[in-house]
Design a binder for this molecule. Structure first.
Ligand SMILES: NC(=O)c1ccc[n+]([C@@H]2O[C@H](COP(=O)([O-])OP(=O)(O)OC[C@H]3O[C@@H](n4cnc5c(N)ncnc54)[C@H](OP(=O)(O)O)[C@@H]3O)[C@@H](O)[C@H]2O)c1
Length: 266
């Protein structure tokens, strides 16, 4: 009975980095959570810890979002279940770097499945459920990478441009349904992302742009309270997001290529 009345925030990518920090920031506010990622043990440990620290209900579901059939099964569970989700945080994501033609296709496909397709399907299924219940909130995690293209990380930057534009479009479309849509565009954040993307993390570690996932999460939840459309933590990142508009596209492409290549070991 209690479950029917509780409203949950569902967070993908909650096993580490920004997703984990968002889970903690929301649990601190007394939010009941459903955590999603692949690493079951990690999710179990986090759920236990957040429950003990903040006295909130934390459920978890291991799901590989790059596998459409597994995602379908999970979405069916959500549709048929009785748990009401009024906040969806699409944070799971991965990056790749290096020459596109030399990339392993499987990893590129995973990037598109997770960063674009799974995020969009979750918005579709949970958006419909939220509309039935009179509203809710969606936070999609893009990046400052969303504001311009970048050679050597073409698929990642393009996937984040998709997330930014999709979220902004959806925001206007869903206004009358009571569903608020925001998009978070972090800059460099100290997480496992760089290792997974095989970027030369040691060169980036001392960058002035680098923020902690906790700083990003705190900024994001405060901006969510204000229903901000595009959430960019840190003044340097806000400047970076504007910079592409101040120079010709050919110059932006060249500059971005030089920067990303410097961090790609291959
Ligand atoms: N770090 C940055 O500088 C930065 C900057 C801008 C935007 N972002 C974005 O922030 C988001 C979170 O990244 P992060 O920096 O926090 O990196 P992270 O620590 O590597 O977190 C990535 C999360 O995504 C999950 N994930 C990856 N592949 C998955 C899959 N196939 N199925 C389910 N879950 C999957 C991971 O969980 P499992 O491994 O347990 O599956 C993990 O929880 C991403 O969308 C990223 O693009 C990061």
């Amino acid at each position: 009975m209690e479950n029917c009345m509780t409203r949950y925030a569902l967070i993908t990518g909650a096993s580490s980095g920004i997703g984990l920090a968002l889970a903690e920031a929301l649990a601190r506010r007394g939010r009941s959570l459903i955590l999603v990622a692949r690493q079951r043990d990690q999710l179990e440990t986090i759920a236990l810890e957040l429950t003990q620290r903040f006295g909130v209900e934390v459920l978890f579901r291991a799901c590989d979002l790059s596998e459409p059939l597994r995602l379908s099964g999970f979405l069916l569970e959500l549709e048929e279940g009785e748990r009401q989700i009024d906040l969806l945080v699409n944070c799971a994501g991965l990056g790749t770097c290096g020459p596109f033609l030399a990339q392993d296709w499987g990893t590129e496909q995973d990037l598109i499945e997770v960063n674009i397709l799974a995020l969009t399907r979750l918005c579709h299924t949970l958006g419909n459920l939220m509309a039935i219940h009179g509203g809710g909130q969606i936070l999609n995690v893009a990046s400052v990478a969303a504001f311009h293209p970048a050679p050597w990380m073409s698929t990642y930057y393009a996937s984040k441009a998709y997330v930014l534009h999709f979220s902004e479009g959806l925001r206007e479309e869903l206004k009358k349904t009571g569903i608020k849509v925001s998009v978070l565009c972090p800059g460099l954040t100290r997480t496992a992302f760089f290792r997974t993307a095989q970027l030369a993390v040691e060169k980036l570690a001392h960058s002035r742009l680098m923020m902690s996932p906790e700083e990003v999460a705190l900024y994001a939840v405060r901006a969510l309270d204000k229903n901000r459309a595009v959430i960019i933590p840190g003044w340097r990142n806000r400047w970076l997001a504007r910079a592409p508009r101040l120079m010709p596209r050919w110059m932006m492409r060249k500059l971005a290529g030089v920067t990303t290549k410097a961090y790609c070991p291959r």
